[in-house]
Write a protein that binds this ligand. Structure first.
Ligand code: NAD
Ligand code: LMR
Length: 332
């Protein structure tokens, strides 16, 4: 029997990421090839005409799984009944800016859209914040939507996770699908800590540690980390626009694994509201290694953290507390 459609909200749907993301969702990349969807697309009035153009293209593409499209500039209409909300709406940074430089414009959007989601989304709606500063926007959304369960609000660090997999795959000349269990700790910013201490590569003779195969700690503790941390800036420099297809694809990965589960023996990175795991002070949306099953994420516990890593976990946590304070100062 055919499944009932799932309603998926994409805010900022007339923008770059939105344009890459909505066809992926309509093709089943996010929720599975047997899951019909109804797309809710929100943008602001100046983008209404472009948004309507995206709707026309979705109709023209005749996606078999797409059972309806709501294209609107009305936040309440956009949020009503949605089961999944991908929050992309906001302003991207330009060359030379840090992601927190778009803070004042973006956090107020997340404060106001929090209440619309809280009042009008389906119970148990899963929320993914993509717009920067992603962790802090997600935190503001959580704080201003107190009736949405904390476990349902997350931010995107899967793009950083995928970037780390990509760098290891390029360095070793192995398939990216054979690399697993990298970790992105902390903020989706240049203080994030991409950690390969527990990462492995599947080889014909079993799983091997990335550190052993790369055999170059100077690279792993230096250039590898800074390349992943600075990849967003490198894309902006090259394209003059921030990443879009990789962001859209990673957003699909994030929701797919959250809803359908992570493969056995594999974890992924998600920005989540947490309980003080790994001695990171609670009260933030911080990226951790997680496994997912039955629609719930669980932080992978008990991984040893060496002194080098400890410093990096603390540094990115400190930046998140600073961002939180800055966000509140922008809101009040
Ligand atoms: P974009 O400017 O192309 O699109 C953003 C869209 O949001 C625009 O259409 C704009 O009209 C719309 N918008 C603005 N205010 C809105 C509001 N109040 N409600 C609904 N829509 C609104 O930008 P983009 O390249 O698509 O990037 C979107 C965001 O995602 C940026 O903040 C960017 O920095 C961020 N980003 C995050 C990641 C990540 O990994 N977390 C990766 C890439 C980009
Ligand atoms: C990215 O990581 O590509 C995005 O967060 C965009 C940016 O500003 O870097």
């Amino acid at each position: 029997m055919a499944k009932d459609p799932v309603r998926v909200l994409v805010t900022g749907a007339a923008g770059q990421i939105g344009y890459a993301l909505v066809p992926m969702i309509a093709r089943g990349v996010m929720l599975g090839a047997d899951q019909p969807v109804i797309l809710h697309m929100l943008d602001i009035p100046p983008a209404a005409e472009a948004l309507n153009g995206v709707k026309m293209e979705l109709v023209d593409a005749a996606f078999p799984l797409l059972k309806g499209v709501v294209a609107t500039t009305d936040v309440v209409e956009a949020c009503t009944g949605v089961n999944v909300a991908v929050m992309v709406g906001g302003f991207p940074r330009k060359e030379g800016m840090e992601r927190k430089d778009v803070m004042s414009k973006n956090v107020s959007i997340y404060k106001s859209q929090a209440s619309a989601l809280e009042k009008h989304a389906a119970a148990n709606c899963k929320v993914l914040v993509v717009a920067n500063p992603a962790n802090t926007n997600a935190l503001i959304l959580k704080e201003f939507a107190p009736s949405i369960p904390e476990k349902n609000i997350s931010c995107l660090t899967r793009l950083d996770h995928n970037r780390a997999l990509g760098q290891i795959s390029e360095r070793l000349g192995v398939q990216v699908s054979d690399v697993k269990n990298v970790i992105i700790w902390g903020n989706h910013s240049s203080t994030q800590y991409p950690d390969v201490n527990h990462a492995t590569v599947t080889t014909p003779s079993g799983d091997k540690a990335v550190r052993e195969l790369v055999a170059d700690d100077a690279w792993l503790n230096g250039e590898f980390i800074s390349t992943v941390q600075q990849r967003g800036a490198a894309i902006i420099k090259a394209r003059k626009f921030s990443s879009a297809l990789s962001a859209a694809s990673s957003a699909c990965d994030h929701i797919r694994d959250w809803v359908l589960g992570t493969p056995q023996g594999t974890w992924v990175s998600m920005g989540v509201y947490f309980d003080g795991s790994y001695n990171v002070p609670a009260g933030l949306i911080y990226s951790f290694p997680v496994t997912c099953a039955n629609g719930e994420w669980t932080i992978v516990q008990g991984l040893p953290i060496d002194e080098f890593s400890r410093k990096k976990l603390d540094l990115t946590g400190e930046e998140l507390f600073e961002e939180k304070a800055l966000a509140y100062s922008c809101l009040f």
